[in-house]
Design a protein around this ligand. Structure first.
Ligand SMILES: *Cc1c(COP(=O)(O)O)cnc(C)c1O
Length: 381
């Protein structure tokens, strides 16, 4: 057995990110990790297949040049405003390393501070800030980096506190080195208006990452803020809406100077070649995906109505999942009962959301199967 001291104390004590389960059980309806129920477009599959030959021995383009040019055209900006990552998760980690100073140089008393308005100005470069609940990877990234974290609660309906509330609360740090905002929010599904995000960005002194992983299912997006403010980055991914989780491709849009800084610290060949080809082909077939968003949104509204009729409290969603509060039994008991019925959903063991289940929107047939399973459980138990 190796000496535990071979491993840095920070890593020994780290609570890692908890993944959604990826079971391979036959007939299981998988509604737990927000994947699209629809396959990539036929042209995307064909493009990937056509690329599987002797070229696999070559390194891919180091900057995903063609993909960045296509994305620049789509977003009406320059390829220098874009960096592509091995999933947007990689870029969120890079942002933490690029914009935040590790805090282990600070005395312990300053690392545990509660009211961030009392944090001395010289400490702000150590702070990663995010709302809670939101994407549970952010605190893990801060911990890995040894940064200070500032976790600020959303309102009880998962809406954003107003500027006045943030100022009054004195917990929010307007000078945090890095602020992550999941918009629309996960796990609640709640959408935020570009107007309120603009006000938030305008008030921040540090870098703000607007994580728009689910934005294609919402009515609006805040991409223009990344081109308006030099300290704002918008994160997008091909994973969820574009059926490419397996390929790991995400990107940031923002000011060329921030993007150039991120390029300096990424791995030389961070985006695999087949992923680049799949993402490029995806951008050539956007109508296929837009039709999928419509189907998913329609299924979301149908499922929300049906579950409401069965006594569930369904929060309004602008994403491809819904957060629901089930009736009669605990959410955890529902998780188990649904699993017995071969439907896998997600439950989070955290106080703010432990009474809820997060359900990914699948196909119409999967939604019907879920409703039938719920009916059975309500009759039997
Ligand atoms: C899924 C997800 C991501 C990560 O996406 P990848 O591109 O697959 O790494 C980022 N942010 C949020 C909020 C997500 O839900």
């Amino acid at each position: 057995m190796p000496n535990p001291k071979l491993i840095r104390p920070l890593v020994r004590e780290l609570h890692p990110y908890v993944y959604g389960e990826q079971p391979k059980i036959k007939g299981l309806i998988k509604l737990n990790t927000n994947e699209s129920p629809y396959p990539p477009a036929p042209k995307v599959l064909a493009a990937v297949r056509a690329a599987v030959d002797g070229r696999l021995r070559l390194y891919p383009n180091p900057t995903a040049q063609v993909l960045r040019e296509k994305l620049a055209k789509l977003h009406r900006c320059h390829a220098d405003n874009i960096i592509v990552g091995n999933g947007s998760d990689e870029l969120l980690a890079l942002a933490t390393r690029c914009f935040v100073e590790p805090a282990n140089v600070l005395p312990a008393s300053l690392r545990k501070i509660k009211l961030h308005s009392e944090l001395p100005a010289r400490c702000r470069q150590h702070v990663v800030q995010y709302f809670h609940p939101s994407y549970s990877l952010y605190p893990v990234l801060a911990d890995i980096h040894g940064a200070a974290r500032n976790t600020v609660p959303l309102k009880s309906d998962f809406s954003l506190p107003s500027m006045a509330e943030l100022k009054r609360g004195r917990i929010w740090n307007f000078r945090a080195a890095l602020t992550f905002v999941t918009t629309p929010n996960a796990p609640s599904g709640r959408g935020y208006s570009t107007r309120e995000l603009d006000a938030l960005c305008k008030a921040q002194r540090g870098v703000v990452v607007l994580d728009e992983a689910y934005v294609d299912f919402a009515g609006e997006n805040a991409l223009k803020l990344a081109l308006k403010y030099p300290h704002v980055l918008v994160a997008r991914t091909f994973s969820k809406a574009y059926s490419l989780c397996f390929q790991r491709v995400g990107y940031f849009v923002g000011h060329r100077d921030l993007i150039a800084a991120l390029h300096k610290i990424r791995d030389s060949y961070n985006v695999n070649g087949l992923g680049q080809i799949a993402a490029e082909a995806t951008l050539d077939d956007l109508p296929y995906y837009r039709a999928n968003f419509k189907k998913i949104n329609a299924t979301r509204e149908w499922l929300s109505r049906e579950l409401t009729k069965l006594g569930f409290r369904v929060l309004p969603s602008r994403t491809n999942f819904i957060l629901v509060r089930p009736p009669r039994f605990s959410a955890q008991a529902w998780l188990q009962s649904l699993r017995v019925q071969k439907v896998l959903v997600r439950w989070f063991d955290r106080p703010e959301v432990k009474d809820y289940l997060r359900i990914t929107i699948g196909t119409a047939a999967e939604a019907e199967a879920l409703v039938n399973a719920v009916r059975k459980i309500l009759v039997w138990r």
